[in-house]
Design a protein around this ligand. Structure first.
Ligand code: FES
Length: 108
């Protein structure tokens, strides 16, 4: 399935994912600047992304822990999610995600 990422600079990156992939891993594999420091332990919020509205409504709700972590993320919007908590499913072909301007990757 295809996932379209739009960076803060407006660059569009289309990544090819498989069902069961984590959105964070897919983004990192596509070279996007998501740090994901805690590797999905919901302890960092450096994997924060903004989901396109039409997709946000179709994703399973965020857990309370995810909501709490998102409260601490920079540049949070109404459709923000932690990408490490999103697992791609068959019905998510065409998912559109924006990388917030505040995200940066300390590994670079
Ligand atoms: Fe740390 Fe997602 S990788 S919260």
């Amino acid at each position: 399935m295809k996932v379209t990422f739009t960076t803060a600079d407006g660059e569009v990156v289309v990544a090819q994912g498989e069902s069961g992939d984590s959105l964070l891993r897919l983004a990192q594999a596509a070279g996007l600047p998501l740090e994901g420091t805690c590797e999905g332990q919901m302890a960092c919020s450096t994997c924060h992304v903004v989901i396109a509205q039409e997709w946000f409504d179709r994703l399973p709700d965020a857990s309370e822990e995810e909501e709490d972590m998102l409260d601490l993320a920079a540049g949070v919007q109404r459709t923000s999610r932690l990408s490490c908590q999103i697992v791609l499913g068959e019905d998510m072909d065409g998912l559109a995600v924006a990388i917030p301007a505040e995200s940066y990757d300390m590994r670079r």
